[in-house]
Design a protein around this ligand. Structure first.
Ligand SMILES: [Fe+2]
Ligand SMILES: [Fe+2]
Length: 276
């Protein structure tokens, strides 16, 4: 099984002419499938794919990690350009998520589209809340059990429930997992469920304890020193070859992980490709 992953959208890029954009999106190519994981927040997906010579018309489906704008923002433009696709996501994707930026300043950071607006462009939603093998050896994680005591969603996120604002546990946050013969490849949008919870869940679903790569957001950007230290300890106990951190990891957490774990930690940016 050959797997090639190209980061199409990430906050930054080392490649001239590509656009760095707040968010995350990656193309996962296997021998038989092409899956788009997340879409970034706006224009970068379509622009970068064209510059990289990638034809997104060929993708078989789209997997959305969770209902934040920076992972869903280019979905409707994508479908508008290339036609309808199956979309795998958690059923809580469309939760309303006002984020407080000032005394009376709330911004909606939730899913960037409505179900209706996407369906009008041909979206076929397949809601997945539990671990599901969507293609041979390729899984959507569904809800990630929160088993560690030091990981949290990574911020003061709120969502609406019965007309009230409550703490948002981001239950829709999930991973795309490729069960490669040499180990797991785990793609994450933000890992609001926690990078360690996510990796443990992927291992539990597949029964494969070797991890080839974790790729994507970790939401360690505001993590305490204590959480970072415990995350490093947990990563040392996991048989993992590459930790490719992106997006909401932040400079300090990325530097800390690199200092502690060495060259297996890579900063994943727009335009980078990884082959397994
Ligand atoms: Fe994000
Ligand atoms: Fe997020």
């Amino acid at each position: 099984m050959r797997v090639e992953i190209t980061i199409l959208v990430e906050n930054t890029t080392p490649v001239p002419k590509l656009i760095g954009e707040y968010g995350f999106a990656a193309l996962v190519k296997t021998d038989n499938q092409q899956i788009l994981f997340d879409t970034g927040s706006k224009d970068a997906l379509l622009t970068n794919s064209i510059i990289l010579g990638i034809n997104l018309e060929k993708i078989d489906s789209i997997v959305l990690s969770h209902g934040h704008f920076d992972h869903t923002g280019a979905l409707v433009p994508l479908l508008g350009k290339y036609g309808g696709k199956p979309i795998y996501a958690h059923s809580n994707l469309f939760a309303r998520r006002p984020f407080k930026r000032g005394a009376n300043n709330f911004q909606d950071i939730g899913c960037a589209f409505t179900k209706k607006s996407a369906e009008e462009k041909g979206a076929e939603f397949k809601f997945i809340d539990h671990p599901t093998e969507i293609y041979p050896h390729i899984y959507c994680s569904g809800e990630v059990p929160r088993v560690t005591d030091y990981e949290d969603v990574g911020g003061n996120f709120k969502c609406e429930a019965n007309g009230e604002l409550i703490d948002d546990k981001l239950i829709d946050d999930g991973a795309l997992i490729v069960d490669h013969p040499e180990g797991l490849i785990i793609l994450s949008g933000c890992a609001h469920s926690g990078i360690i919870n996510m990796i443990k869940h992927a291992i539990a679903i597949t029964g494969q304890s070797k991890v080839l790569a974790f790729i994507g957001g970790t939401h360690l950007i505001r993590a305490s020193d204590e959480r970072l230290a415990k995350t490093v300890t947990a990563l040392r106990e996991i048989d993992i070859s590459q930790i490719i951190v992106s997006h909401c990891t932040g400079f300090y957490a990325a530097a800390k992980l690199y200092n502690e774990l060495g060259s297996k930690v890579i900063k994943g940016e727009t335009g980078m490709t990884f082959k397994y």
